[in-house]
Design a protein around this ligand. Structure first.
Ligand code: NAD
Length: 505
């Protein structure tokens, strides 16, 4: 089932064609099937469509994006159901994803104006200095499965507004959502070649990234794939590359009397979306004085978490992970931690081995000699006990990633210190590590990103700045370093000829 979400099949008696098949993780039922797209043909169409799209007035591109939001609104129930089915997240969560998709348009319009709009500096003698932005051309957008609509859309809308055409390759695990998203753009009147769907897996992703007619790659996914893309483009400095990758995010607990609230924030951070958020807390770092009270309450809450199918009634807190392969790997990781010095606080369990449902797991890894610095993308929280705040900060930074970090409890001075010393692109106080605002930049350091944050700052990588100085007439003189001018009367070529012939005669 879902563990084999893509593969090679031979269709009819012609060439082998890659076919993509997606399954509902919660039930194992096949949901979608279709052949992989033709990268060359799709990129060529995007390239040909670009000049017209880029030369349209900004207001026209914005209007079409607004109509897109309206198309999503009209289909919001159907869209949310499809996301829930193909991803396995609860319906209530899929609905919030659809709302975020619609909200992206207004935010991107404001961000475009604020971050990449026009600026002019008038100067009577020097003319006008202007800074304007131009689109790059054809952008490849590569999406992950965990927010199959919202995250690629967070690249697509700013790219379209800025005047780029887009080839969008959804995750091979969520092609149906990708197709639905693109359908909304087309129904809104965005020309079909301006935003196109490329169905495919990593092979099509690699071909797209390397295609010579692609001007930029906007990627959201794992560090492993992001690094591969970064290497592939190392010899192409002309292609803009935005990498939004994973995290091994810490949530640090200092002294606080509000144990229940602290535990709720920890549980939200670690287990929302079954831990399948890039910003999910992976490591709970607790000072000694708080350990017993916090762990007790987190365990108590985690024990009460309902995980179930997306449409179950009453609504579950979380659904399943994306497929059986992911569930297998997470169970293996849990066992690895256990067999290397970890102490289970709450075993991660898989009630049905044929389905990717996992219960939340909690494991104390303080005694482990070497803790693997990897992203365990599921409902598994590692706990580390530390003697004091200094040790907590050191532990929080003990990672190659740098996406999000939260401090729970402590004083404003503690938070200042945490903010200043923790290396991450999102640093919060008494808030979860996840649930970031689209009105802020969203990105990380180290293995989490390449300093091109998305969300509000997506505008920055969708257009490049052009500096100009301009005057309506040529006006210039040279003030220094010229010999004194020898006045000479202007004579016509005819006079010269006359003089020359006169002299000769
Ligand atoms: P993934 O890296 O497996 O795949 C992402 C996309 O890249 C897919 O479309 C895939 O087909 C494509 N791809 C894979 N290898 C490629 C290659 N070598 N060249 C070109 N394309 C390639 O990611 P996933 O498993 O779908 O998503 C989960 C990951 O995404 C997690 O690591 C999570 O932390 C991360 N993520 C990051 C953010 C963020 O904004 N920082 C947000 C959500 C998810």
């Amino acid at each position: 089932m879902g563990s084999q979400a893509w593969g090679k099949y031979r269709l009819s008696n012609t060439e082998p064609v890659t076919e993509i098949v997606s399954f509902e993780p919660a039930t194992g039922a096949e949901l979608w099937r279709g052949p992989a797209g033709d990268v060359d043909a799709i990129v060529e169409r995007a390239r040909n469509a670009w000049p017209d799209w880029a030369s349209r007035p900004l207001a026209n591109r914005i209007e079409l994006c607004r109509r897109f939001a309206n198309e999503v609104l009209k289909a919001q129930d159907q869209f949310a159901e499809l996301i829930a089915r193909e991803n396995g997240k609860p319906l209530w969560e899929a609905r919030t994803e659809v709302e975020t998709v619609m909200g992206k348009v207004d935010i991107s319009v404001t961000a475009y104006a604020e971050r990449t709009g026009q600026k002019k500096f008038d100067s009577a003698l020097q003319g006008t200095a202007a800074v304007r932005h131009k689109p790059h051309g054809v952008m490849a957008v590569l999406g992950p499965y965990n927010f199959p609509a919202h995250l690629p859309n967070g690249h697509i809308i700013p790219a379209l507004i800025a005047g780029n055409t887009v080839v969008f390759k959804p995750s091979e695990k969520t092609p149906a959502v990708g197709e639905f998203l693109i359908g909304c753009f087309h129904r809104a009147g965005v020309p079909s070649d301006v935003i196109q769907l490329l169905v495919g897996g990593p092979e099509e992703g690699k071909a797209l990234v390397a295609h010579r007619d692609i001007n930029g790659v906007l990627f959201t996914g794992s560090a492993q794939a992001g690094i591969a893309i970064n290497k592939r483009l190392a010899g192409n400095p002309g292609k803009i590359l935005a990498l939004e990758m994973g995290g091994n995010n810490p949530i640090v607990v200092l002294d606080t009397p509000k144990i229940n609230d602290a535990a709720a924030l920890i549980v939200q951070s670690a287990f929302t979306s079954a831990g399948q958020r890039c910003t999910a807390a992976r490591r709970l770092v607790v000072v000694d004085s708080m350990y017993d009270a916090i762990i007790d309450e987190v365990k108590n809450l985690a024990d009460r978490i309902v995980f179930d199918e997306p449409f179950a009634n009453p609504a579950p807190f979380m659904g399943c992970v994306i497929d059986n392969n992911a569930a297998d790997q997470l169970m293996e990781s849990f066992l690895y931690l256990l067999s290397h010095g970890g102490k289970a606080i709450k075993h991660m369990q898989r009630p049905d081995n044929d389905k990717p449902f996992l219960s939340p797991g909690l494991i104390d890894v303080t005694a482990m000699k070497e803790r693997p610095d990897v992203e365990l993308f599921g409902p598994l929280l590692q706990v580390i006990r530390v003697p004091d705040f200094e040790a907590a900060i050191a532990e929080a930074n003990y990672t190659r990633f740098g996406l999000s970090a939260s401090l729970i409890g402590g004083s404003p001075q503690d938070y200042n210190k945490f903010w200043a010393n923790v290396r991450a692109g999102i640093v919060n106080w008494n808030r979860p590590t996840n649930g970031a605002s689209s009105k802020a930049p969203f990105g990380g350091l180290g293995l989490s990103g390449n300093h091109r944050p998305a969300a509000y700052y997506a505008a920055d990588y969708c257009a490049y700045p052009v500096a100009s100085t301009e005057m309506d007439q040529p006006r210039a003189s040279i003030g220094v370093g010229l010999r004194e001018e020898r006045r000479r009367t202007r004579r016509s070529a005819h006079d010269d000829e006359a003089t020359q012939s006169g002299g000769a005669g």
